[in-house]
Design a protein around this ligand. Sequence first.
Ligand SMILES: Cc1cc2nc3c(=O)[nH]c(=O)nc-3n(C[C@H](O)[C@H](O)[C@H](O)COP(=O)(O)O)c2cc1C
Length: 249
Amino acid sequence: MAVHSETELMQNVTAPTKPRILLAASGSVAAIKFGSLCHSFCEWAEVRAVATKSSMHFIDIASLPRDLILYTDEDEWSSWKKIGDGVLHIELRKWADVMVIAPLSANTLAKIAGGLCDNLLTCVVRAWDFDKPLFVAPAMNTFMWNNPFTAQHLDLITKLGISLIPPITKRLACGDYGNGAMAEPSLIYSTVMLHVNSRSQPLGNSNGASNITNIALQELLLVSNLPICYVFGLCQLDLENVIVALFQS
Ligand SMILES: Cc1cc2nc3c(=O)[nH]c(=O)nc-3n(C[C@H](O)[C@H](O)[C@H](O)COP(=O)(O)O)c2cc1C
């Protein structure tokens, strides 16, 4: 894993042209899709990635974008030598405009809900500024998803301001059929892109960013089987703007 100094992390502090997205993976089998997710986001945003120790069992390093910086728990410690050195989780928290945890394991969900921070990923979340968006896409076996802990933990984290990209129902990697599979990477990507663009400027302008928003909105509505009111709520859009955007694209 690469070790990156505070100086490197802060190099791009001035006037970013792209949103800075911190993508994080935890130890669900859905982390096999992390490479695909990273590729999608890299087309549009400046991306850095964080992976838990368990997630590394599922992530194929060769599937990641060549230039992607992937941080693990080892980097947290190897990048700190003495008082005055940057602390990686704090630097990443300052660097990122948006954080996306996909997949979110049952374990990491529980830790976030309880405020625990025993690895790089959870330390970033524990230091997070909740004025900045944080999305999670849970992925777990149906038995775990239906366990009462899940609803309790989701209730706690959504009250913090964390946005949920819900799992879907399908045949799971273990062979069971049911809810708990991670939302498709295209849905995760569209949801985040739409949210970010809708915050940065009003929909319906004729500039490039707005066109991206329109495309993302269409993609989101197409690929998701989410109720349309959910999409509006998640993206903090109002109906009038959405209709204008759809007609203009
Ligand atoms: C083969 C295998 C597949 C797993 N799949 C999942 C999963 O899809 N979702 C989940 O929440 N946990 C799953 N787990 C359990 C987590 O990997 C385990 O709880 C781990 O501690 C999560 O660590 P993390 O949250 O720090 O990444 C799986 C474990 C194994 C061995």
